[in-house]
Write a protein that binds this ligand. Structure first.
Ligand SMILES: Cc1cc2nc3c(=O)[nH]c(=O)nc-3n(C[C@H](O)[C@H](O)[C@H](O)COP(=O)(O)O)c2cc1C
Length: 304
C-alpha cells in the first residue's frame, strides 16, 4: 500500500502497524485469523535466558476499559526459541522481533548474543519495563543509570536494530529515553503496562496472586500518548507508540503525538483482526486527507 512504509533503525517496515509482545504469541496463534504478511512486524513473547514458569494464578483481572496481568514472562527460554520456534516463524512475510527480558545485565547480553546470530531476526526489543517479575525487568527501566547500562552492554554484542521498551512507571520518561539514546538504542518503544492492583471485596483478597500487576488497554491510552509526545520532543531516534490502541483513529493519534510506528496489544484479545483493520484505516485516512506518506504525520499535531 502506497505511503505506509516507515523506517525504524535499519528496519524497513511495509506499514507502521505491529503487534505488541505478550499479546500475539509467536504470530502462529493468529495465522488462522489474519494474513500475517499484512503486518509491519510482530513482537514475539518476552524471552529470557533461562526458562520461566511465570507467576501463580490468578494472573489476569478485568478492569473497566482495560486489564491487569501478572503473567510474569512465562517462556521456555532463548535456546528453546532458537531451536524450536525460530524455524517455524522465520519465513513469515513480516519482521519477527524478539522481546528480550532478564534479571541481570549479563542475562540480557547473553540472550541478545544468541539472537544476533539468527539471519532472519533483524531486531530485538529490550524489555526493561516489565512490572510483573520480582527481579529485573522494570528495575532496569526505572533507573536512568541501569537503563543506560543495559543498553550499552547489549549494544556491544547486538549490531542489528536495537529497540528499548520503556516503563511508564517513572516520574520523567524523557530522562530514560535520552539515557538509552545516548548508549546507542536505534529506537524506543513505549509504553509497557502501568503498575496497578484490584481487590475482590467479597473475599477481600487481591485479584492477582502477585497483588500488583500491569494495567493495559484503552484506559491507559491518554497517558501513553502524553508520554510519546514528551519523548518525541526529547530524542531524535524513532518512537514506537502503544497503549490502548483499538482502532485506526487511536493509531493516528499516537503518530500525531510523535510515534513513527505503533504496536497493538490488549485489543488483539478482543479482535484478532484489529491490526489489519488499523492498517486499512490509516491508508484510507492518508488518501482522504491527500497525505503522500504516513511519515508526514509523525509529530504533526497542530497546536493553535
Ligand atoms: C497479557 C500481556 C502480556 C504481556 N507480556 C509482555 C512481555 O512479555 N514483554 C513486554 O515487553 N510487554 C508485555 N506486555 C505489554 C504489552 O506489550 C504492551 O506494552 C502493553 O500491554 C500496552 O499496550 P496495550 O494497552 O495495547 O495492551 C504484555 C501485556 C499483556 C496484556
Amino acid at each position: 500500500m502506497a505511503g505506509l512504509e516507515v523506517h525504524i533503525g535499519d528496519l524497513k517496515l511495509k506499514n507502521p502497524v505491529m503487534t505488541a509482545s505478550g499479546t500475539f504469541g509467536y504470530g502462529t496463534e493468529y495465522a488462522d485469523f489474519i494474513d500475517l504478511g499484512r503486518l509491519g512486524g510482530i513482537f514475539v513473547k518476552g524471552t529470557t535466558l533461562a526458562p520461566r514458569q511465570g507467576n501463580d494464578y490468578p494472573r489476569m483481572a478485568e478492569t473497566p476499559s482495560g486489564m491487569l496481568n501478572a503473567v510474569g514472562l512465562q517462556n521456555k527460554g532463548v535456546d528453546y526459541f532458537v531451536e524450536h520456534l525460530y524455524p517455524v516463524i522465520k519465513d513469515y512475510d513480516t519482521h519477527m522481533i524478539v522481546n528480550v527480558s532478564g534479571s541481570t545485565v549479563e542475562d540480557y547480553v547473553a540472550c541478545a548474543e544468541k539472537l544476533a546470530d539468527l539471519d532472519k531476526m533483524p531486531a530485538i526489543e529490550l524489555n526493561i519495563s516489565c512490572p510483573n517479575v520480582k527481579e529485573g525487568g522494570m528495575a532496569f527501566g526505572t533507573s536512568c543509570q541501569s537503563a543506560a547500562q543495559v543498553t550499552r552492554e547489549v549494544r556491544k554484542v547486538f549490531p542489528k536494530t536495537l529497540i528499548v521498551k520503556l516503563s511508564p512507571n517513572v516520574t520523567d520518561v524523557t530522562e530514560i529515553a535520552r539515557g538509552v539514546e545516548d548508549e546507542g538504542a536505534d529506537a524506543v518503544s513505549l509504553v509497557n503496562t502501568f503498575l496497578g492492583m484490584a481487590i475482590d471485596v467479597e473475599s477481600r483478597r487481591p485479584k492477582l496472586s502477585t497483588i500488583t500487576g500491569g494495567l493495559s488497554g484503552p484506559c491507559i491510552k491518554p497517558i501513553a500518548i502524553r508520554m510519546v509526545w514528551e519523548v518525541f520532543h526529547a530524542v531524535k531516534i524513532p518512537i514506537i507508540g502503544m497503549g490502548g490502541i483499538c482502532n485506526w483513529q487511536d493509531a493516528i493519534e499516537f503518530i500525531l503525538a510523535g510515534a513513527t510506528a505503533v504496536q497493538i496489544g490488549t485489543y488483539n484479545f478482543i479482535d484478532p483482526a484489529a491490526s489489519v483493520k488499523i492498517i486499512d484505516g490509516i491508508h484510507d485516512y492518508l488518501e482522504r486527507h491527500q497525505i503522500a506518506s504516513v511519515n508526514d504525520l509523525v509529530g504533526k499535531m497542530i497546536v493553535q
